[in-house]
Design a protein around this ligand. Sequence first.
Ligand code: HEM
Length: 511
Amino acid sequence: MDYEIAGLVMALLLWAAAWALLAQRTRRLQEELGRLPPGPRPWPVVGNIFQLLGAAFAPHQSFAKLAKKHGPVMTLHLGSMTTVVISSSEAARVMFKNHDVVLAGRKIYESMKSEIGNEGSLITAQYGPRWRMLRRLCTTEFFAAAPLDAMRGVRAKCVHQMVQYIRDAAANGLGIDVGRFFFLMAFNLIGNLIFSKDLLDPESETGAKFFYHAGKAMEFAGKPNVADFLPMLKRVDPQGIRRRTQFHVKRGFDIAGEFLKERMEKGSSVEKKRRDYLDVLLEYGGDGEEEHVGFAPTTINIIVFEMFSAGTDTTTSTLEWAMAELLHNPQTLHKVQAELRTAIPPGKKLQEEDLEHLPYLRAVIKETLRLHPPLPFLVPHMAMDSCNMLGFHVPKETQILVNVWAIGRDPKTWKDPLEFRPERFLDPDMAADYKGRHFEFIPFGSGRRICPALPLASRLMPLTLGSVLHAFDWVLADGLKPAEMDMRERMGITLRKAVPVKAIPVPYVCL
Ligand code: HEM
């Protein structure tokens, strides 16, 4: 009996101790949650996932609405993924000025996870020595002024080739899907920069296959995936997004691997005169910071594939939106064409050297990026450690989304923010550039993770847009009036126009 009482007392004591421990942990968790930035109340298990996966899947818009209620630093629980959303230029300034390093990690989505791992990828590398080495390679060997100057002719070739394709298509007088031509140009340019190959040459079957698989991989990677938010579904991959993305990535790698093999067998400069990115990757000996013994073929494949995925859709989205806004605002279209046609005589091709004399054209690109940043949340960051931001606790591994779409439309910063008015960027008081120093306008990001290809993109986009505006007059297809254009957005890997721009190019003839 005594034993029974002693046993009962022991059990009660154990239960009380366990209860106290649990209560303490719950209290600590609640305290921590209490110090998290404010946000909408989460549902059990799914959290605020319905705010993300709304009927129209426009999370940048839903989050901007929520931020009006909960503030510019807001917490959302996307299933099990704690997310902090930054929605004002002031909060972005604090993030990039005071917490850049600790928030420079990357949240890796399921579609990006492959059997071969993410070693070698710059976009998905966590902040650290390997990322620094890859980043330095990119900024010094690919996108620094000297290599960019050396590649000027390649950009001119690809852009003028696109103008010729449009001229051919214009012959039948029908409307064309403008975005498709921009995509082909961007893809062909990156192919030329890396492999010195015209991947879209009708003779190149492998080029066409690579184009197909790269496009499909981007399409699947851009789909919302519930497995990202509910860990118990990760293994199941219920929508098949990881499986399908990785299938196309693998096929793309196989083709890139063939190009690599061909180069290694033939050696450099057999069919070309200049050093391309593949030569750089094959010759790279590291930056002295980390022991480096050359890249494995898989790493090269990853870097190559990454350049295509990072460079094509972003460029296409921006250029398509620029055309959409210009066709929607005919006065602005006439103004930019007048600037171009005054500066460059008819029959002469627009060259990169001309861009410095075309301030309105450059302002059109900026205004497009303000209203339609192709990556409305940048590329998701992750807190590598917990930190205190603006008095709030941000736990380790929190996903950080910077809503640059909302920041670009903030009425506190921008007068008539929803109007497409490039003139605002000609005002000396609003001389914001997109180099990450003006936090009200950061379509390329800011701080350590800022887009390394900014110097390339800022040359390529005005050159391409200027060339199609100089060479053609544009009329909306199917008799559509500018005011009737559907300007809705569609979220994929980038923020694209939901209804592609269809317009008729009319070759410009000076009378
Ligand atoms: C309109 C054109 C472009 C825009 C608006 C853009 C924007 C961005 C943004 C917002 C980021 C993420 C910044 C962050 O994480 O905070 C990024 C990263 C990156 N971009 Fe771009 N990008 C463009 C074109 C390109 C092109 C043409 C390439 C390559 C050919 C490229 C390569 C990359 C790479 C490799 C990263 C990852 C950098 C890192 O994680 O350290 N981008 N870009």
